[in-house]
Design a protein around this ligand. Sequence first.
Ligand code: PHB
Length: 550
Amino acid sequence: MSEESVRPLERGLAVLRALAVGDQVRAGDLVRATGLARSTVDRVVATLVHLGYVREHGQELRLTPRLMELGNAYLAASGLSGEVAARTARLADDLDESVSLAVPDGDGVRFVTQAARRRAMSVAFHIGDLLPPERCAPGALFADAWDEERWAAWRARVASGPARSSFPALPPGPAPADIPDLAARVARSRQTGWALDDQLIEPGLIAVAVPVRDTAGRTRYALSAVSHTSRHTAQGLAQAMLPRLRAEAGELEGLAAGAPEPPADVAPTPGHAFETERATDPVAAKAELGSGFLQSLARGLAVLRALGDARGDGLPLTALAAATGLSRATARRCLHTLELAGYAAHDGRLYRPLPRVLELGHAALSRLTFAEIAEPHVRELTERVHQSASVTVLDGADILYVARAATVRVMSVRITLGTRFPAYATAMGRVLLAGLPEQERERLLRQAPPRALTRRTVTDQGELARILERTAADGYATADQELEEGLRSVAVPVRDASGQVVAALNIARHAGTGPLAETRDALLPALRGTAAAIEADLHIAARFQAVRLP
Ligand code: PHB
């Protein structure tokens, strides 16, 4: 059957790719990078902004953490569930070395799990990063399965010169001079069952990898342990790590083999079509943005997200159509377009997402810290309410500023990132303390007993305990001139996906003349809206990897 591809979806994917590899990208850069007309780029961008995947920062266009839900769809479907991530994290703890899982993607090697020991000396790769096979341990394992065509494509790529632009994760600078022949490495690892990276990426960085096979015996993942020549020689690393790596690979093979087959008729999971409030209704979006909204781009991305429910061999068209609310014909055209772009595959009746989805910004977005995720939301809040807003985390008995957008200065001291205040005297501190188990709360207050910073600071332990109880129940806290005369603050919690309070968001303003309740009622809705927006991004970004706090 000859199929038509969905042009707006094709174009949207091209724009996302250009945004993913570019730096400080503007609409004009997208015109140059994609060859699309300016008016087309503008409509694609307007649609992506509306879907919450792109944010305008002045003239600059930036990918948002929400976009990671596309890569998450691949990670979820490929069975890289919490259990696999937890196992790799545990192995990294046991070995005291970084541990990763990678999959083949074309002739490249793409990371899908990373449990990094943070050591200063080397590059660290993230979920979504792509490496050339000739410069990493997994490459020798994956190339064993290549056919002549793939070898030819790889040779052509290597002959065409340095790989930097196709592999942005590689450290800058020239490749090592003496990279061993890939074919020889493949032959060796076929005999030994493992592969080595002896400083193929950069001086000092070494890795050993073993295959994790599927039930048909094909290499599905490479499981690597990564270290540095200051800790091991490459051979020494292999000797030390191989027994544990092999045992773990066996466990992972068991997990994959034991994965439940998808039921023959997968029940549609509603809610995939447009998960977010802003993007709930494509018809409303169309009405709002008119011809500026590319409905078929939005639909195609909804199909890509819906592929996240695929398990085992994949999902049938009927299930995907039902999950997105699209007709079968529309869903099939979207899938066909995604297949042409290398983001999905089908095998008989069943569709599944492919690791290349991760090229849509996942690697760069995986590097965001919590502070970087929060910052644009804090800025947006300040612009909306014309008051200074901040995000803090608890550090001992102090609050520590990690994101802030100030309007006029209301504090006598300048608050910068890294500023600390005692938690007990601030609204944000109360929100953070209220999120702790009671014993921990009490321990912190005993450790740094409250003292009066103004005439109004609450220092009585009993009264503070009551305030914290109420904060936990109400989901917000206030502080009225307890840290500094004339300063009033209202704060709400920011929670991780498990409901744990990880940060606090506040608005601070002059105490003024009105009652505190009035300030609180005026600010709470905006604060809660912004906290929810930060949480939404955080939960998507943290689904398959730890997001660094602060
Ligand atoms: C990594 O996980 O960072 C890694 C794995 C294999 C390599 C190099 C780095 O060859």
